[in-house]
Design a protein around this ligand. Structure first.
Ligand SMILES: CC(C)(COP(=O)(O)OP(=O)(O)OC[C@H]1O[C@@H](n2cnc3c(N)ncnc32)[C@H](O)[C@@H]1OP(=O)(O)O)[C@@H](O)C(=O)NCCC(=O)NCCS
Length: 445
């Protein structure tokens, strides 16, 4: 058994009594009340999910296992001649809560490398898509197809003890994570490089190998590491993480749950916003004939977008109430490497203008930029200009947190997720604006 798996087994055994005691002795303790506004309004802020992998503070931003992003980037081991840490090290941290040492990371680099080869049929599934298909749909289908490899599904069928559920989930999770860069770069080659694929190099870590398969020189390896690390997790309530948790709660395998989460990530209010930012910026540039606009011209463009009933992509957040630290990590990188890039100059100007406009409009609860406002611009700078592909990159990163969560969901035996719904009549009765209507009792599933 690998060192990581042994470490994880010890952690799980130590953690289980905590969950058990909370459930058995404090199960009726009230956390929060739910309002009608929350029930209709997308369940904003209802505290009804548990994860120890990350926590999103509205004013501070994300912490992975208690560490802020600057701490994560400082503490995780880095490859030689690299500015950004190993992606594999982040997975170790998310899974165990511990900062790995160099050897522990290298063991994991080796594990990922051994598990990265794709079954033949995955290429065939991707090849079966007609040209110009949406990359996220292709990505989701390739992951879904691999459900036939699931150890968890096989073990479940054979009658595994539920205390051991997490073990085949771990195997499935590592197998899938190791393959995602191969799948993504194959999709990229098929859609944008006339199928000319660059075969992976088993001697490289995830970040360097991804850069290699994309045909990109340094520092794209560091861009990749940074990108995958900052997108890995954002606690459990966001659409992608929540979808994976929900689907996984029916004991679906890692592939089924991850494919579903990719579908949620593909929406423009969530992960797709990173490519929407680029599309929107292109419109600005076109209108300006490629010239850098004045602040006044850009302000007008933002207002035009809002007046036409559209959102400004890359700004606002359902939980955060300040500038996203994931945006700041990328901004620091961009100030160092992209400062003279005209498209970065646009983004820099937006950073100063959009919040003022959104504050003036007085609708968005958070006028500040989120992770998506900056990530596409960095990809563009390094020659990945096919912005339809950007959400696939987000999807690889997010899968790291998804897998860590799914393994712990199984380890702590979190049950089937099944909240209760009400009818509008019932809400009106609760609000006291309508008499109780006894004909509207609900049946069960
Ligand atoms: C992220 C997002 C979906 C959060 O939604 P939310 O929790 O409902 O946000 P709020 O409570 O602040 O929304 C209140 C109002 O402000 C609007 N608003 C929020 N962010 C906005 C933005 N960037 N541009 C224009 N309007 C915005 C909402 O559409 C809503 O309008 P409505 O009352 O007419 O429906 C939203 O901010 C958004 O659409 N942002 C742009 C897309 C994006 O960048 N997504 C990636 C998030 S990481």
């Amino acid at each position: 058994m690998s060192n990581l798996k042994n470490t994880l087994r010890e952690k799980i055994e130590a953690w289980r009594p905590r969950t058990k005691m909370l459930l058995e002795e404090y199960g009726n303790t009230v956390i929060d009340k739910v309002t009608i506004g929350q029930a209709i309004g997308g369940m904003r802020g209802i505290k009804c999910l548990v994860t120890d992998i990350s926590y999103l503070d509205p004013n501070e931003g994300i912490r992975y296992r208690g560490y802020t992003l600057p701490e994560v980037f400082k503490l995780l081991p880095k490859p030689k001649n690299a500015e950004m840490p190993y992606v594999e090290g982040l997975f170790y941290l998310l899974l165990t809560g511990e900062i790995p040492n160099e050897q522990e990371v290298l063991d994991l680099v080796d594990e990922f490398s051994k598990r990265r080869i794709l079954p033949r049929y995955v290429y065939e599934v991707i090849d079966a898509w007609p040209c110009c298909s949406p990359p996220m749909a292709m990505f989701s289908s390739a992951i879904l197809a691999m459900s036939r490899e699931s150890f968890f599904a096989k073990k479940y069928k054979a009658g595994i003890n539920k205390n051991e559920y997490w073990d085949p989930m771990y195997e499935d999770g590592l197998n899938m994570l190791a393959k995602l860069p191969e799948i993504a770069t194959y999709i990229y080659a098929k859609l944008y490089r006339e199928g000319k694929r660059i075969v992976g190099n088993p001697n490289l870590d995830v970040g360097a190998n991804f850069a290699h398969m994309m045909g990109k020189a340094k520092p794209y390896d560091d861009v990749t590491r940074m990108h995958f690390i900052i997108h890995a997790d954002h606690e459990s309530g966001n659409v992608s993480a929540h979808t994976a948790h929900l689907v996984g709660s029916s004991l679906s395998d890692v592939y089924l749950a991850t494919s579903a989460m990719i579908n949620g990530l593909a929406g423009p209010l969530h992960g797709l916003a990173n490519q929407e930012v680029l599309r929107w910026l292109q419109e600005v540039m076109e209108r300006m004939g490629g010239e850098i606009p004045t602040e006044e011209e850009l302000r007008q463009f933002v207002w035009d977008t809002l007046h036409s009933g559209q959102i400004v992509p890359g700004f606002g957040h359902a939980v955060l109430r300040k500038t996203d630290p994931r945006y700041m990590v990328q901004r620091e990188f961009s100030l160092k490497y992209l400062a003279d890039d005209p498209i970065f100059k646009y983004v820099d100007m937006l950073y100063r203008i959009v919040p003022q406009v959104l504050i003036e409009q007085n609708k968005a609860k958070n006028p500040w930029p989120n992770v998506d406002a900056q990530s596409g611009v960095i990809q563009w700078h390094y020659g990945v200009t096919e912005y339809d592909f950007y959400t696939v990159l987000f999807g690889i990163g997010r899968s790291i947190g998804i897998v860590a969560n799914l393994i712990w969901d199984r380890a702590l035996l979190y049950p089937l997720e099944r909240p209760k719904s009400l009818t509008t009549d019932m809400l009106e009765e609760i609000a006291g604006i309508k008499e109780k209507n006894l004909t509207h009792e609900l049946g069960d599933d």
